[in-house]
Design a binder for this molecule. Structure first.
Ligand SMILES: NC(=O)c1ccc[n+]([C@@H]2O[C@H](COP(=O)([O-])OP(=O)(O)OC[C@H]3O[C@@H](n4cnc5c(N)ncnc54)[C@H](OP(=O)(O)O)[C@@H]3O)[C@@H](O)[C@H]2O)c1
Length: 379
């Protein structure tokens, strides 16, 4: 297929615009962006929808986001036009679009493209101007460093041709797995480690279980409330086992330790709790199931204060590490693992929606939480 070029870009295109969180997203015809220094324009092929995307744009989640703006998320795109300083990416390349945008002159300033403008004047500035419009659109302008080139032949050609047989839309799952990689890599999960993931039954929790296995963890204990989802996870791989959150800290710690083997504590506890889990007992049971010098990766979006066993943390020399998103190196590492066949995504479980189907798409994504299915917008 001939690569599309900048001249092929239409003057206008279709996009989902957030006018206000008190009204539905509006499908509009908007000007097509042009590439500027430091950016490329992609034809968006699929853009992810999380289980709570609907609640972001109806205001329930309280995420700050400028209006009007074209909303969106990470996804998969094909480059159609490059800026004057693009040196590696070319029109026609298939790329993972990474929604974590960092200030080039201050990497501590960060926004989530189409989702969250951050909490500082600097991050608001970053999102208000150049990176205001995201991927629920036919075309999007994306920072160069937010495009990870994918080996399309390896990933998408058939198994008989030496490929891995993924559909392009399935590759959008790289994003949730890259988030899991961010936290697991930040606490140096190594071959042979034992890792507790809690809660393990949501989108990112399930991804963390898979990434921990792919990183070579000897045992991965999936913790959650729903026994049937836990059973399905435990059945999916011999190194995965499951422990249910009962609400009783001592009993749950004992159940975790039983899975780890007599007298042993886990090396790592990876947390990806949602706001609803603020008062859940699992924080304490997971931390008290760690070995001395154990490491905790805190990636959850818990908004309230969580009670932690501080004396235990001190006596056991435990490290707590917060991680937001992932670095370019971690993203690259994950892509290499997928292309190398070390990380495998479930096939055929992606539901596709058009831009005009936003309400149904958001509902389907919410209903799909905790299942293998994921939902994407294919503009
Ligand atoms: N650090 C980062 O960069 C980053 C990036 C993305 C997302 N996040 C955060 O990750 C969180 C999880 O996202 P997700 O997409 O995985 O959510 P999700 O698919 O909705 O899953 C939520 C998980 O939390 C569990 N849960 C819900 N209420 C609970 C409670 N009261 N007690 C214990 N467990 C409970 C659910 O278990 P059941 O199956 O039992 O319902 C499920 O496992 C989000 O809230 C977000 O803020 C962080």
């Amino acid at each position: 297929m001939a690569a599309p070029s900048a001249q092929d870009l239409p003057k206008t295109h279709q996009a989902l615009v957030l006018l206000s969180t008190s009204e539905p997203l509006s499908l509009q015809t908007v000007p097509t962006p042009s590439p500027t220094p430091g950016s490329v324009v992609v034809r968006v092929l699929s853009a992810n929808i999380s289980s709570y995307s609907g609640d972001i744009y109806n205001g329930k989640r309280g995420y700050p986001i400028p209006t009007p703006s074209i909303v969106g998320a990470s996804g998969i795109g094909r480059i159609v036009a490059t800026g004057p300083d693009t040196v590696a990416l070319s029109p026609g390349d298939l790329v993972l679009i990474d929604s974590g945008i960092y200030g080039r002159d201050d990497p501590d300033t960060k926004i989530l493209f189409g989702i969250h403008e951050g909490f500082s004047d600097a991050s608001r500035k970053l999102m208000a101007g150049e990176w205001r419009n995201s991927t629920y659109a036919e075309y999007a302008k994306v920072p160069l460093e937010n495009c990870e080139r994918l080996d399309e032949k390896r990933l998408c050609s058939s198994v008989s041709e030496g490929g891995l047989g993924y559909e392009i839309e399935e590759l959008g799952r790289l994003h949730e797995h890259a988030i899991a990689m961010g936290g697991l890599d930040d606490v140096n999960v190594e071959v042979g480690d034992t890792v507790i993931v809690a809660p393990a039954t949501g989108n990112f929790g399930r991804a963390a279980v898979r990434v921990a296995v792919a990183l070579g963890a000897a045992k991965v204990i999936a913790m959650g409330r729903d026994q049937s989802k836990l059973d399905a996870l435990a059945e999916s791989h011999e190194r995965i086992s499951a422990v249910r959150i009962t609400g009783y800290v001592a009993a749950d710690t004992a159940a975790l330790k039983e899975k780890l083997g007599k007298g042993k504590g886990a090396d790592v506890y990876f947390d990806i709790s949602p706001p609803a889990a603020t008062s859940s007992s699992h924080f304490k049971s997971c931390i008290t199931a760690l070995r001395p010098h154990g490491r905790v990766s805190l990636m959850g979006g818990v908004t309230g204060d969580v009670a932690l066993p501080l004396v235990w943390i001190m006596f056991q020399n435990i490290t707590l590490k917060g991680t937001y998103m992932y670095t370019r190196e971690q993203r690259k590492k994950l892509v290499k693992m997928l292309e190398g066949g070390l990380m495998v995504f479930e096939k055929g479980s992606v539901k596709k929606f058009g831009l005009h189907e936003w309400d149904a798409a958001a509902k389907a994504a919410s209903d799909a939480a905790g299942t293998e299915a994921s939902c994407v917008i294919c503009p």
